[in-house]
Ligand binder design. Sequence first.
Ligand code: SAM
Length: 331
Amino acid sequence: MESNEWNPGKLLETSGSYWKSCTLHAGVKLGIFSLIGDRPRTGQEIAEDLGGDLRGVTMLLNALSAMGLLSKKENAYANTDISKTFLKKDSPQYLGYMLLHHHHLVESWSKLDQGVLTGRPTRSRSGFNEEVVRESFLMGMFNMAMNLAPRIVPEIALSGRKHLLDLGGGPGTYAIHFCLKNPGLKATVYDLPTTRAFAEKTISRFGLSDRVDFQEGDYLEGTIQGTFDVVWLSHILHGEGPEDCQQMIGKAVSRLAPGGLILIHEFILNDEMDGPLFPAIFSLNMLLGTENGQSYSDRQIREMLAQAGVRDIRRIPVQTPNDSGIIQGRI
Ligand SMILES: C[S@@+](CC[C@H](N)C(=O)[O-])C[C@H]1O[C@@H](n2cnc3c(N)ncnc32)[C@H](O)[C@@H]1O
């Protein structure tokens, strides 16, 4: 449970905080921070570049300045250090794709009451096929994983391991970082055919095309080819219901050689399922976007692993921004 004390001010602030979210999203969506770049620009110049209404653009620029994401001097707006680092598209630490992904979720979140009553998603997977929606999802996952992997990978002992399966690995960010850290390791990224091009491009960018390959497939309906001594399931359980997760874990375990290691990385709830905050709220995001997805508790994940014949199950202590955790076991 959240420990902070509530008061009228905090209630109002929480209730209206989506205004700030939308202001930030509009700034990123319109590319304001990239347009400003490294030199201050006037509202007039920015409105002309955008082909937008001066009154509206000026209000947005002033609100972003009030939020501390721009600084205004003599009618010109400049990026702050933070916006230069995280909101300007050519920065290596650009977070804009994840913010745009959040923006694409807003409509479904505004119907949360309906989702709760019906128990059904309020957004459809078909929207996901739109290029811009899919790009922000894939690039957002990639940016988040790029940020996290260098912190997580050193905590996981893989010395002597030869071949890792990154199930639902997306662009293969974790497979790449595991291979960079463990020179004797090869990896296979298993994901839907639509992810192949992005994954192969990313793997090649890291110079790892000879050690990381891509296997197309559906982790629910399809088969996985090959035998591995490590399987890594990162942020895929939350997209499926308990039965499918059990089946997926069973399938992954069946591809492990004796002594093989399974590692699950997820937003993990406590056993009462009332915290930490991010996994609890993220579960609602899965209600709105999937048929049966949810956040799982530590106990639920351990039970699924045990049911699949996994032993020596334990939590690996890691500190991550959104309270994700890792549970490992061996067969
Ligand atoms: C939330 S992302 C996680 C990506 C990556 N593991 C990470 O932690 O950054 C979920 C991934 O699962 C993939 N995926 C979803 N449904 C799938 C399915 N039925 N079979 C295979 N992959 C699937 C998606 O394409 C996406 O890359």
